[in-house]
Write a protein of this length. Structure first.
Length: 187
């Protein structure tokens, strides 16, 4: 059976076809969840945020014009919901307040997998330390694979602002990861 295009599913979903809506959700829930997880850093909050995103998508589905891909449009809604989340929470994590990863199961992993897990945890912790405007640009560039021009269009900012935020955020990540690496080697 051939997969239906997003456009056909959207058209059917707007007409009230619940199966078409569920197919759209299924198609993009992983990407939206991972986006939300990288933005909020907590799986429970990411799940709640993902639900808010899909509610927003459902309510505004008839306003999708097709100027961009459905995924890009959905991620733009996820971005706005993330901004709302931060406004509600008004809580930015201080680098000194970051907890160490709580998962102790790494002891039984082979060294390579354990090292990869530790690197991923360090990167997620470092991302939590970035200001939201830098985190969102890094998320869209490296995790959603958008170009600087696409990011600028999605966020409604100039390409130069995107590049500035990207490089500033990458510099901060580099410093954080270098400091963390030096600390873990001396410990």
């Amino acid at each position: 059976m051939f997969a239906q295009t997003d456009e056909k599913l959207i058209s059917k979903a707007i007409s009230g076809n619940e199966r078409a809506w569920l197919k759209l959700v299924k198609r993009y829930e992983t990407a939206i969840f991972h986006y939300c997880l990288r933005m909020v850093g907590n799986p429970d909050d990411a799940t709640d945020l993902m639900q808010e995103v899909f509610i927003g998508i459902c309510r505004n589905l008839s306003s999708f014009r097709g100027d961009s891909s459905f995924k890009t449009w959905a991620l733009k809604i996820a971005h706005f919901r993330s901004v709302e989340y931060y406004r509600r929470k008004k809580e930015f994590t201080d680098i000194d307040q970051i907890d160490e990863p709580a998962d102790e199961s790494g002891r039984n992993m082979p060294d390579k997998i354990l090292h990869q897990w530790q690197n991923n945890q360090q990167l997620l912790q470092a991302l939590k330390c970035l200001p939201f405007n830098q985190k969102i640009v890094i998320e869209l560039k490296f995790f959603q694979h958008l170009t600087c021009e696409q990011i600028a269009h999605n966020l409604g900012i100039s390409t130069n602002t995107v590049k500035s935020r990207l490089y500033s955020g990458l510099d901060k990540l580099k410093v954080y990861l270098e400091v963390h690496d030096e600390f873990s080697q001396t410990a």
